[in-house]
Design a protein around this ligand. Sequence first.
Ligand SMILES: C[S@@+](CC[C@H](N)C(=O)[O-])C[C@H]1O[C@@H](n2cnc3c(N)ncnc32)[C@H](O)[C@@H]1O
Length: 431
Amino acid sequence: MNLRGIAAGILSKVIKDGQSLTFALDLALESVKDSKDKAFIQALCYGVIRQYHRLDQILQQLLSKPLRNKDTDIKMLLLIGVYQLRYMRVKPHAAVSETVAAANKKSWAKSLINAVLRKYIREQEGLEKKVDQEVFSLYSHPQWIINKIENDWPDQASNLLLANNCQPPMSLRVNLAKITQANYLKLLAVDLIEAKADPRCSTSITLKQPILVEKLPGFSVGLVSVQDTAAQIAAELLDVQAGQKVLDLCAAPGGKTAAILEAAPESISLLAVDIDESRLHRVEENLQRLKLKAKLLVADAAKSAEWAQGQTFDRILVDAPCSALGVIRRHPDIKILRRESDIAALITVQKQILDVAWELLIPGGILLYATCSILKQENEGQIDYFLSNHADATEMPINVNWGIKTTVGRQILTGDSGMDGFYYAKLAKNI
Ligand SMILES: C[S@@+](CC[C@H](N)C(=O)[O-])C[C@H]1O[C@@H](n2cnc3c(N)ncnc32)[C@H](O)[C@@H]1O
């Protein structure tokens, strides 16, 4: 079993077939037993996807003629080879020989990989300097994402683009119904897992190094879940009170559903809606592990006539489908799979879902709008527009020590206090 060969197969699925990295990786890793091998393949795949635009540019300088489309696997091996030489602590001779070996029976490919990687070793310094001159290879992002980020956040753009290429921290949400943050930190310390409490969120703990969830004390019995601090904040902001009816729109895979249920009194009822049935199964699995209860419904949130049946709600979370440009560091394949043309369609769906949700909210109720985006059109622009069209809506202040106050709502920029890029706006329906 050649680990680089497996990684090349996974990368081809993303680059050529447009599969998501997590999907392609999970499927391929099912047949890999050793946890170190799994970790190595994962590091190669995430690393190459993070640096794809840069590595591709370097490769173009190294090849005398482009590879044919049908040779995607070989191209992926070349990128893997350069990635190891540039970013990993693999010894150069091992990086070259193992990558060459992964080309299996294709002797032309073996010679090509050998020659290209050796050329890279010889010319590395000059090549790296050359690709630094193009912004898209310097930051390893498609130009359209760079343009949007520079347009919305001119002062923070460089930091944001760099943060997108960093490995994110692993954060945990402590189930305060079962254990305190301080006591969970003690459990981690017993197992020599270094971690610290997050001062911005009463449930959050960030680990110094990511580890397998099975190694987390009490994970199987629901003491903790894995969730970025920025996402955990939703539960606090929604502020659910005893006996209230809660609607969680666009709920899958259920991270915020579970956070809300853990934080709320048992007397509440929660309906979680998502359009994607397979993703909704993951909500079910999450709730089962945590022994939490909610009604789950596969439905289009924007078509409430088909499912709401006259129900109204005291609290509504709209965790809208979005560009996800705030979570590129967790899902670097967004840089490859997302198209600029998707944004307008997403903004339209967000508008539709917001309008429908508002109809289902009781006067005096609260709607929390959330995205994992940093684009103003999806965030403050969207809510500005909403407020100008809904005279019965009032923005509620979010008085916290995280993020940036925007014209309306609050923006967390990727990497700010270690968090994912997120946006929240809290709206009250006038009585
Ligand atoms: C940002 S994710 C939600 C994350 C989730 N709230 C959590 O915390 O785990 C957006 C979700 O919106 C769902 N979605 C997209 N369009 C939808 C629609 N029209 N109606 C309902 N759900 C939709 C997607 O299937 C996806 O699961």
